[in-house]
Write a protein that binds this ligand. Structure first.
Ligand code: CMC
Length: 380
């Protein structure tokens, strides 16, 4: 029997690239689960540290285990002197995601035992890199603002520490909780572009840092992690609720995509967007500044009429940008925050894949010319 021609799926849509126990999405019902736990329950009752344990160890921790993980993260976080030195040498004009990508690569160069590929060594690396991501982002931001970096606080959570290292002030309970939930919501998301890219790198038996460097570089793009920054830029451009309709009409006439809408998997409301929307509402009420929230709501209402029937709904990025803005976070740090959270998911997927590794080596459909004779340079 002749061999069937390989089928081509642009963007690998519908192609199954791995088996995983970590994360499940039901794109039709708008559901997201980590190891079977609904994202709504995790956002309501859990913490980022607990979710890290869940993704890395594939079960919820007992109280003592959670304390132990918090202690390990804290210990790695305190080890930040040379990280400050390294981050302080970047040009202040560098884009934070470019800094972070380079910084993760540098963390690999400072690993005292780079050749140790044991499961325990890689688990320790996963905890260490996850601990270092917020420190690198916060310190870089302070350097470029001509401020000294703030060493981590010994008693604050991962999320609260990020805000503390960024601003030098202990965040309010609400701000710390919102950041914690943001990290939980972004911790993992099944086979997305950056996780897949990390897995490709890991599948060559390269190393964890190289896989994460690939992940950060892939997340940076506006079709993946960078959309919430673009949403805030769009809101600034729109300016007021009255301008939304004309802005959308013009964007559709020019066949422009509206950032923060649409998803490869969700064909209904992204459950993460629903949770972010609630916090965006709460924070804008607390601030007394409802302008961006109201513009967002109007965009959502008009988009629902235009493209809702095509399965295009708000995604995680639609409300997250205005949440971070309410917390006083600079807009070019939004994608780095996504990375801070996704460090957990990337590392978990890589550790899982190494339990049963096979190198990724897909195929492509050749569309070039057939075999032909080489023409010497002076005869062309
Ligand atoms: N605004 C208007 N139309 C859209 C949008 C949008 N945001 N998203 C998709 N469409 C239309 C698109 O024009 C296309 O229409 P047609 O079939 O008539 O050409 C159809 O929907 C399918 O779109 P696609 O781009 O082929 O779908 P995809 O699965 O390749 O892309 C996506 C998914 C998220 C890249 C895309 O929806 C998009 O570019 N959205 C805007 C960027 C964005 O918000 N990204 C954040 C994604 S969520 C974070 C994450 O999990 O990574």
């Amino acid at each position: 029997m002749p061999e069937a021609a390989p089928s081509f799926s642009p963007g690998l849509e519908g192609v199954v690239a791995a088996k995983s126990r970590l994360c499940q999405i039901d794109g039709t019902q708008g559901k997201l689960y980590y190891l079977g736990y609904a994202i709504e329950d995790l956002a309501e009752h859990s913490s980022f540290e607990e979710v890290c344990f869940l993704l890395w160890r594939e079960r919820l921790p007992r109280a003592r285990e959670l304390e132990e993980l918090r202690g390990q993260l804290q210990e790695y976080r305190q080890d930040c002197r040379d990280l400050f030195d390294f981050v302080g040498r970047f040009p202040h004009t560098a884009r934070p995601m470019d800094m972070l990508r380079t910084c993760v690569s540098w963390l690999g160069c400072r690993d005292p035992h780079p050749g140790d590929a044991s499961g325990e060594a890689n688990f320790r690396r996963a905890v260490a890199v996850t601990a270092h991501f917020p420190t690198a982002v916060a310190a870089f931001h302070r350097f470029r603002e001509k401020q000294s970096p703030v060493p981590p606080h010994a008693r604050l959570s991962h999320a609260a520490n990020f805000l503390y290292m960024l601003t030098g002030k202990q965040p309010s309970d609400l701000a710390a909780r919102v950041m914690d939930v943001a990290l939980i919501l972004h911790a993992d998301h099944e086979m997305n572009a950056s996780t897949f890219a990390s897995l490709v790198t890991a599948s060559t038996m390269s190393d964890l840092y190289s896989a994460l460097t690939t992940g950060v570089g892939t997340l940076k793009g506006p079709l993946h992690g960078g959309a919430n920054e673009a949403v805030v830029q769009m809101l600034e451009k729109i300016g007021s609720v009255e301008n939304v309709e004309s802005y959308l009409s013009e964007a559709f006439a020019q066949k422009k995509k509206i950032m923060g809408f649409g998803h490869r998997v969700y064909k209904t409301y992204d459950p993460r967007a629903r949770i972010f929307k609630r916090y965006a509402d709460e924070l804008s009420r607390a601030d007394g500044d409802r302008r961006f929230f109201e513009i967002n709501e109007r965009i959502e209402e008009l988009m629902q009429k235009r493209v809702g029937s095509h399965g295009i709904y708000p995604n995680v990025d639609f409300y997250s940008g205005i949440v971070y803005r309410s917390l006083g976070v600079a807009s070019d740090l939004f994608t780095p925050i996504f990375s801070i959270a996704r460090a957990a998911g990337w590392t978990a997927h890589v550790l899982e894949s190494w339990q049963k590794n096979r190198i990724y080596r897909p195929a492509s459909v050749y569309e070039g010319p057939g075999p032909r004779a080489y023409v010497p340079l002076d005869e062309r």
